[in-house]
Design a protein. Structure first.
Lengths: 286, 162, 424
């Protein structure tokens, strides 16, 4: 049984050799640990940001500004929302108008939404979703999908507006507003409950926007790779029996309408927003 | 333990023993160092040292604007706007602004600071430090409570860059 | 070498001599003193039977389990610096460890994998003790202490499982504590006492935390002390009976008390032994000095285990699922892996059978093992033919347990239905 190789190995496995072997493994592991910790993803982005700041500095104030920039974990502490958003560790430029043309992740936040929804009061995840405490792209964005905390993307982002803003505040013609009207138009309450009204033939939709992908029934035959909530909802609206035989009526919705309805569904969450951040409380203090 | 097997050169054994001990010592030392580093997280659930306040031109001359969460005051005088720490230089209590006198009083051991933060009575050894303040790119005042500014540092009120 | 002479002068210094009260270990007396004059090392006897050194006898399993326990203590204390046992903050501490505490991920992984490994090595250690008949004779009670240690080890894992406060933790503990609730009459009370209420909530988290970080460590330390003490009192670890007669040069020198059940009397230290005779003295016990023979082997095993564990911790991240949500049960909701065998039984029978009767009988059977045939036949021999039936019975139990765990881990899918591991 024992070939020459195993015999040689046996001879080699003396206590001193094993001690040296274990010790070297220990050192390698320590070294790897230190290296991994010393090279976080955000560091590269912040260095790039700092480089651009320095390059663009043209007067004393901006030179000072660039000089003071420290590469470190950046975060927005949001005790009122019981969260900490570290998105700004990579997205360092969101509040700096000079970075409008910079590449992601250091680009300026588009539009003027940040002037009303100041990041230090609202943070990022309340609108964008994702995992605010994470400091790696994958974890923060909830990748790979399907994941428990996916970010809302593109047109679906509007779903978040409905977490705070009441129906009467929805911008006319926005997907969210269209979705809400479609909800009445199709008569969804005939079967579903929403808040205090509606029926119980279908599931209650009051918190449907908080459900994770694994809370939806994907049927036994679905083999696709997209298992996101958004995909499930949209497929389901276009064909209620997309995944399993459903008793829901098929409204033959257009893509457009189905997506608007998805956006509205996403706004129906059980997230608790403290009163003082609610828009109905009048103008926000600076 | 096998005496009849050819013993390897003593040099090799000694070398292995040395590698073993060396690696062991280095690993222990490295692990202890890592343990110390572990005690210093890269971020805390504490209010950040930097905070933003309304743009400089929103403060009336002579006004004292208290930012309680950040233990600071923002003051405006003829020369401009500046931020001042509200942390007593004696032992760290938070000073109160006495509107009537324009002074700052510390409730703990009775230190008194005048309207510029100079210590004028009590045990406080130094004036209240002036804090680094700048107009951020969005036009608001950005104050860093961890960075002390020069004694006469002020942000000129027309310096906003929009 | 200058380094060498530096070491030499260090050794001669008054400070060094005040700490290490022996000369360089180049003779048996100093080698003995190396053990007896050191509070930690004197857990060991000065001399042990040569047989005890054989790796294939113990596989070092008891020692490795002890090492893992110590690693868990160290990493656990470090984790306590950041962990807050409240539903609001527990999960956040886990996230902070992962994202902003230097080496936090690594440390958590270490604790996680060492914990799993400890259950495995403790179980293997138990199997080795069983298969070598090491629970017989004077060692009966130490087997019982061992069973208690094993149950405490499971308790450690069970209580630790809840602490991250993620979905996996929350529902595993919900399932686990409901199994405890199936105890007749007292079940509800046990569950209530364990959870500090009726639901897995803030009180349960606090209780599990205190059990995990204070009560269980104290208990394990106490029982470990008894365990080791008994190993010493039973004459070191077991081995095959000593040869009845000693051949060659007339009556052997009796250096040590041979009465089984006694540790070697210290008075029997070879007082005027010539220098550098180390291990050469023939005695009926065929002993060797603990220092260096056992110690280097222990050091070797320790270093390999530590090195291996660190590598695992580097590459495999401990789970962290979504934060606990009392309103949504993940599908499937599985107990921690070492309880999956029981969950499997529960899924075919009743919580009482799977959650109480089977585990209860299992522990009772384990406790009874040394008292079934109180003889000392075949001690110290792996799978001794005299214990053939016992060996077969134990093996069946072991294999069954492993099989059920494997089924629970890999063959149970949505709604606890049987699935192939690759179909998901
Ligand atoms: C926390 C878990 C445990 C630890 C840390 C531990 C530690 C040890 C150590 C260091 C030894 C010395 C011999 C060796 O390394 O094999 C030993 C021996 C022994 N252990 Fe354990 N043990 C544990 C659990 C158990 C369990 C579960 C059993 C059986 C139910 C057990 C029964 C025994 C017995 C009977 C001996 C004496 C063996 C002999 O003399 O050959 N121990 N234990
Ligand atoms: S702390 Fe303010 S006077 Fe002592």
């Amino acid at each position: 049984m024992r070939g020459p190789l195993t015999a040689r190995l046996r001879d080699l496995a003396t206590p001193p050799v094993l001690i040296a072997f274990g010790g070297v493994l220990w050192m390698i592991a320590l070294l790897a640990m230190v290296l991994v910790d010393a090279n976080p993803e955000w560091e590269a982005h912040q260095s790039e940001y700092r480089k651009r700041l320095a390059a663009a500095a043209d007067d004393a104030a901006s030179v000072r500004h660039a000089g003071r920039f420290k590469v470190q974990v950046k975060q927005i502490d949001l005790p009122a929302l019981e969260r900490v958003d570290r998105c700004v560790s990579c997205h360092v430029g969101i509040e700096d108008p000079a970075f409008a043309d910079a590449p992601q992740p250091i680009a300026t936040h588009p539009g003027d939404l940040l002037t009303i929804h100041t990041p230090e009061r609202f943070g990022c995840t309340i609108c964008h979703g994702g995992n605010g405490r994470a400091t790696s792209r994958e974890d923060a964005h909830g990748l790979p999908e399907p994941s428990l905390n996916p970010m809302l993307r593109g047109e679906f982002l509007q779903g978040s507006c409905g977490k705070c803003h009441g129906d009467d505040e929805f911008v006319a013609g926005s997907r969210l507003e269209v979705g809400r009207r479609l909800f009445d138009h199709y008569g969804c309450r005939t079967c579903h409950r929403l808040y205090q009204s509606g029926n119980t033939a279908g599931p209650d939709l009051t918190k449907v926007g908080s459900k994770k992908f694994d809370a939806f029934f994907w049927g036994n035959d679905y083999r696709g790779t997209d298992r996101s909530v958004v995909y499930w909802l949209e497929s389901h609206f276009k064909n209620p029996s997309a995944f399993y035989p459903s008793t829901m009526l098929n409204f033959k919705m257009t893509d457009e309408n189905a997506r608007a309805l998805v956006v509205y569904m996403l706004s129906l969450t059980d997230e608790r927003i403290p009163d003082r951040l609610q828009p109905s409380r009048g103008p926000t203090k600076p | 333990m096998d005496e009849n097997r050819e013993t390897p050169a003593l040099g090799r054994r000694a070398l292995i023993a040395r590698i073993g001990w060396g690696a062991f010592a280095a690993s222990i030392a490295g692990s202890l160092a890592a343990g110390v580093r572990y005690m210093f997280p890269k971020a805390l659930d504490e209010p950040p040292s930097k905070f933003k306040a309304p743009p400089p031109d929103t403060y009336g001359v002579g006004s004292v604007y208290a930012v309680e969460e950040n233990k600071s005051f923002i003051l405006r005088d003829a020369g401009g706007v500046f931020a001042m720490s509200a942390v007593c230089t004696h032992l760290g209590c938070t000073v109160k602004h006495m509107d009537a006198k324009g002074e700052f009083h510390c409730p703990c051991h009775g230190s008194v600071f005048d309207k510029d933060g100079t210590n004028i009575a009590g045990p406080a050894p130094r004036p209240l430090p002036r804090l680094d303040a700048n107009v951020a790119r969005d036009g608001r005042l950005e104050v860093d409570t961890q960075v002390e500014a020069a004694k006469d540092y002020r942000v000129p009120v027309d310096a906003g860059r929009g | 070498m200058s380094a060498h002479s530096l070491m030499e002068s260090l050794r001669c210094s008054a400070i060094y001599r005040s700490i290490v009260r022996r000369g360089p270990a180049d003779n048996d007396i100093d080698r003995s003193l190396a053990i007896t004059s050191n509070v930690f090392l004197h857990l060991h006897p000065v001399k042990i039977r040569r047989h005890a050194l054989r790796f294939t006898y113990t596989f070092g399993l008891g020692g490795i389990t002890t090492l893992l326990f110590l690693i868990l203590c160290v990493t656990g204390v470090l984790l306590m610096f950041y962990y807050v046992p409240s539903p609001e903050r527990a999960y956040r501490s886990m996230q902070d460890l992962r994202y902003v505490v230097p080496y936090g991920t690594f440390l958590r992984n270490l604790h996680h994998w060492a914990a799993h490994a400890m259950i495995v090595t403790a179980a293997l250690h138990m199997a080795r003790v069983f298969y070598t008949g090491a629970f017989k004779g004077t060692r009966q009670f130490n087997w019982v202490v061992g069973v208690i240690l094993f149950v405490l080890t499971l308790g450690f894992s069970f209580t630790g499982y809840l602490l991250p406060w993620d979905q996996l933790a929350f529902w595993a503990i919900t399932v686990g504590t409901n199994m405890a609730a199936a105890v007749p009459l007292l079940g509800g009370m046990i569950r209530y006492a364990l959870l500090g209420g009726n639901i897995v909530g803030a009180n349960a988290l606090l209780r599990f935390y205190v059990l995990h970080c204070a009560v269980l460590p104290a208990l394990v330390f106490v029982f470990l002390a008894v365990h080791f003490w008994r190993v010493r009192k039973d004459g070191g670890i077991s081995g095959p009976p000593l040869p009845a007669e000693v051949p060659e040069e007339g009556p052997p020198e009796r250096l040590f008390a041979t009465t089984p059940g006694r540790s070697y009397a210290l008075v029997a230290l070879p007082r005027e032994a010539p220098a550098a005779v180390e291990e050469s003295r023939k005695s009926p016990e065929d002993t060797v000095l603990t220092y260096p023979h056992l110690l280097v082997r222990e050091a070797a095993a320790a270093m390999v285990v530590i090195g291996g564990l660190l590598l695992v911790a580097l590459f495999l991240n401990a789970h962290l699922e979504e934060a606990a949500n009392a309103l949504k049960t993940p599908d499937p909701a599985k107990a921690p892996w070492y309880f999956l065998g029981l969950q499997e039984v529960v899924s075919w029978s009743t919580p009482f059978i799977g959650g109480v009767l089977v585990p209860g009988l299992m522990v009772l059977a384990l406790l009874a093992i040394p008292y079934v045939r109180p003889n000392s036949v075949g001690v110290g021999v792996w799978f001794h033919p005299a214990r053939r039936r016992a060996v077969i019975a134990f093996t069946i139990g072991l294999v069954l347990n492993v099989l059920l765990i494997v089924v629970g881990m890999f063959f149970r899918g949505h709604g606890w239905s049987l699935v192939w591991p690759w179909s998901n």
